[in-house]
Design a binder for this molecule. Structure first.
Ligand code: HEC
Ligand code: HEC
Length: 567
């Protein structure tokens, strides 16, 4: 997760005094102190955690350490606060001890799968288009510097939410002016009662909805086991601009919660083979954090969840200075019976005859016949060409009047979901993402690329575009270009911000002042990214646009590579 901060804000953050946090709101002796703890905490029983944290966070009679016992969060959340304890509060801690403490706290003061589920995009470092933000005041108070998912991946007592406000004011005094309080319009009576400030509305909201205790956590903590993903896994993956991959992963346990991984992935489009040795950690009984290295891609980080039945892993493996490149990964345990993973086909038109299709999987029996395949109404396997335990080649026919939509592949009752789509015509195309952010780099900061992808769509049963029943037919080969977005006259952003290649990859220009630009401006600006498609399955030439902002490098980062062992 990253923030976009204005340069003034950055300066203040960078020079923020190590102020001791104190409540700056006026204290009214008749009112109870909102930062005084009234709830029961979660005792800390780990000797190392008590030894390292207990000096400042003193224990009460029940074994609760101040602050720590009233907070639950993700492994990244614990990592981040421990890092701050080291950098700003003078805690002395080696990397092994730090990892052990993160593991203990992520397990005992963690989040349940249901509690992280809505915010996986943030843990997986995906760019999100919109966040559901409850009120405008909360938007102002808490999304000026980071996403709302940041607080939404913390659960705390009411007193702890108040203390968090004070922590922000202490370290980032500017938060008062840019986010936390409303400015009274001129002429406001100074004696009039003050309306509730945005920050207090936010603190109330989080105290009510993100409290320390929840039924989700009680249930999960009771059921949580020292899950063991050791064994052989079958992978399906896809990456924007690269297409589908299939592969295998062998997981070996090296210590409690710690694993070695051997992974291979093969790309369907270019037949490129990735070999990815790595390691991983399992936190809170389901949070997989791993790292792997590939000769082609460099270091990848892995964020996945393990389902409670320990049969499926799902998430994202990502790389790039801004984690902008990544595979969406799904892994299922190899249980020694037939498994169907997917196909090389992205979509099939109506009325197709003898289309070759390769179906990937594991343990395919040698005696497969056309009748063993079920691809849904109007789609038939006409011939089985060859069978290998890991791949079957068949030919497929589709009815001229076939229902457009996503299709499953079932082979003798073993199923791959969303394996391909069937359609009549490509009715429109759309670019993912419809708005995007790139960063100039190469001098001071690093470049932030954007891999665009154009998807074909069918209108679905209602025959209307842009309705809920439209069918995403998957990525197509589009012709890519960039166009000026007229925000200021004659700024010619298109000439300076960067270029797009025919795979849809946008490469931003160098950072720093450019003497060739007016006022020696940076190579930043905003443009349209345009995709054009004129395949014979489209009734007319099609075009789509995405709005791209090319910004300065990000200087403040919220990621915790230590959790995955990449640092
Ligand atoms: C040298 C003293 C010191 C030690 C040791 C210390 N802390 Fe802290 N901790 C502080 C201070 C001061 C604050 C309040 C200011 C702040 O939030 O940074 C704090 C606040 C916190 C908070 C609340 C942050 C928030 O989000 O509001 C957490 C969580 C925390 N510490 C965790 C830990 C853990 C875990 C350890 C042991 C690994 C630890 N601390 C060790 C001094 C310490
Ligand atoms: C002025 C910018 C700014 C605003 C406004 C802001 N935050 Fe933060 N917040 C930060 C920064 C920077 C950090 C990271 C601190 C660090 O590096 O340890 C942070 C960290 C956090 C954390 C992690 C706690 C920890 O111990 O690290 C939470 C939770 C959080 N913010 C919640 C909120 C909420 C809730 C609001 C609205 C009331 C809010 N933030 C508004 C800048 C801001």
């Amino acid at each position: 997760m990253r923030t976009r901060l204005t340069s003034t804000l950055l300066l203040i953050l960078a020079t923020a005094a190590l102020a001791v946090c104190e409540d700056t709101s006026k204290t009214d002796p008749s009112k109870p102190d909102p930062t005084a703890e009234t709830e029961g905490g979660i005792p800390v029983t780990d000797r190392l955690t008590i030894a390292k944290c207990g000096g400042c966070h003193t224990a009460d009679a029940y074994g609760n350490l101040s602050r720590i016992s009233w907070i639950r969060t993700t492994p990244e959340g614990w990592q981040e606060s421990i890092k701050r304890m080291v950098q700003l509060n003078g805690l002395n801690l080696g990397p092994d001890d730090a990892r052990q403490i993160v593991r203990y706290l992520a397990n005992e003061h963690g989040l349940a799968p249901e509690e992280t589920q809505p915010f996986r995009w943030s843990l997986e470092m995906r760019q999100v288009q919109t966040e559901g933000i409850p009120t405008p005041a909360i938007q102002r108070a808490c999304t000026t510097c980071h996403s709302l998912a940041k607080p939404q991946t913390w659960h705390r007592s009411a007193a702890e939410w108040h203390l968090l406000k004070n922590m922000h004011i202490g370290y980032f005094p500017l938060s008062q002016f840019v986010a936390f309080s409303d400015h009274s319009p001129p002429g406001t009576d100074p004696n009039a009662p003050k309306p509730k400030q945005p920050v207090d509305e936010a603190v109330d909201y989080f105290s009510k909805n993100y409290g320390l205790y929840s039924s989700a956590w009680s249930n999960w903590r009771a059921q949580m086991t020292d899950a063991d993903p050791s064994g052989h896994w079958l992978l399906t993956a896809s990456a924007p601009g690269k297409g589908k991959y299939f592969g295998e992963m062998t997981v070996t346990r090296v210590a409690p919660g710690e694993f070695k991984t051997e992974t291979t992935l093969t790309g369907v489009r270019d037949n490129d083979k990735l070999v990815l040795p790595g390691k991983s950690f399992l936190y809170t009984g389901y949070e997989w954090r791993g790292s792997a290295k590939s000769a082609q891609l460099g270091a990848l980080r892995q964020v996945m969840t393990l389902t409670p039945d320990q049969t499926t892993l799902q998430g994202r493996w990502f790389w790039g200075a801004y984690q902008e490149f990544g595979f969406t990964i799904s892994a299922q345990r190899d249980n020694a019976s037939t498994a169907v993973l997917g196909t090389d086909i992205i979509s099939l038109p109506a009325g197709a005859k003898g289309e070759p299709m390769k179906i990937y999987g594991q343990h395919f029996p040698a005696d497969l016949e056309p009748a063993d395949f079920d691809l849904g109404a109007g789609v038939k396997v006409s011939q089985v060409i060859s069978v290998d335990p890991k791949a079957v080649s068949v030919t497929v026919d589709t009815d001229p009047k076939v229902f457009a939509g996503k299709r499953r592949i079932a082979v003798r009752g073993h199923v791959a979901n969303d394996a391909f789509s069937v359609y009549d015509h490509v009715e429109y195309i759309k670019i993912t993402a419809e708005t995007a952010l790139a960063h100039v780099g190469g001098t001071v900061g690093k470049k932030g690329f954007v891999q665009f992808e154009a998807h074909a769509y069918s209108n679905g049963l209602d025959g209307l575009p842009n309705t809920a029943d439209d069918v995403d037919l998957g990525p197509i080969n589009a012709k890519w270009s960039i166009e000026e977005f007229i925000a200021h006259n004659n700024d010619h952003d298109k000439e300076f911000v960067g270029f797009i290649d025919q795979t849809g990859l946008f490469t931003p220009s160098q950072d720093g002042p450019n003497p060739q630009r007016r006022f020696s401006a940076d190579n930043i600006g905003d443009i349209w990214v345009v995709a054009k498609y004129a395949g014979k399955d489209a009734k007319a030439p099609l075009e789509a646009k995405s709005y791209l902002v090319v910004a300065i490098p990000d200087f403040l980062r919220f990621d915790s590579p230590e959790v995955a062992g990449t640092k």
